[in-house]
Write a protein that binds this ligand. Structure first.
Ligand SMILES: [Zn+2]
Length: 201
């Protein structure tokens, strides 16, 4: 905790003054351009990866960057998606998977999740991705394929949310699938055929 406290002090002393004008503006404006849906994994930091400034990204982070398909009724993920799209009017939505994802590794390698039953239930939102890679032997190749297929599956789930469906119909929002590689820092932008192209090296 002391590290965090020292970090806050360093932020106030060294970082905030240089961005004071930005924060003055942000105090009364909230107009992010992008909804970024990433994994809760501590190593996948949206603002660092994109070098986004405060105010640019509306972020949802869930275990495995999973987006449950729409069901009527309130839940945190759906509410956040709706707020970003219907109220804030983001123009882009990124679903970002990543290498060495604990959730995807557990699914790809068939880990025993009996000690984490809620996690096991939550990961059912990746069932379609699991099905697409079911024929592969367990190993790094399968895990990597599952990470990619999971991004596609979650993008599909995203489109079931009425706010997203409407924005897509009105061509007000664009969807993007990314995979972040922790070891190299590379971000791969997935295309519709799943082959992918590197954004930057
Ligand atoms: Zn992850």
């Amino acid at each position: 905790m002391q590290d965090l406290t020292e970090g806050v002090a360093r932020f106030q002393r060294d970082v905030f003054p240089a961005k004071a004008d930005l924060f003055t503006h942000l105090a009364t404006h909230h107009t992010p351009h992008t909804l970024f849906i990433g994994c809760s994994d501590a190593r996948v930091v949206p603002e660092l990866i994109t070098q986004g400034e405060p105010g640019e990204l509306f972020v949802i982070r869930t275990a495995g960057n999973l987006v449950p398909a729409y069901t009527p009724g309130a839940n945190g993920v759906t509410a956040s998606i709706e707020y970003a799209v219907a109220v804030l009017g983001v123009t882009d939505i990124v679903v970002c998977g990543h290498s060495a994802c604990g959730a995807m590794t557990a699914l790809a390698e068939g880990h025993d999740l009996s000690g984490a039953p809620v996690v096991a239930d939550w990961l059912r939102h990746a069932d379609a991705a699991v099905a697409r890679t079911a024929g592969m032997a367990a190993g790094p190749e399968k895990t990597g394929a599952l990470v990619r297929q999971n991004v596609y599956a979650q993008l599909t789930n995203l489109t079931t949310h009425p706010s997203v469906a409407r924005a897509l119909a009105e061509k007000k929002v664009a969807l993007h699938g990314w995979v972040f590689d922790i070891a190299s820092g590379r971000v791969e932008a997935l295309d519709v055929t799943g082959t992918g192209t590197a954004l930057a090296s």
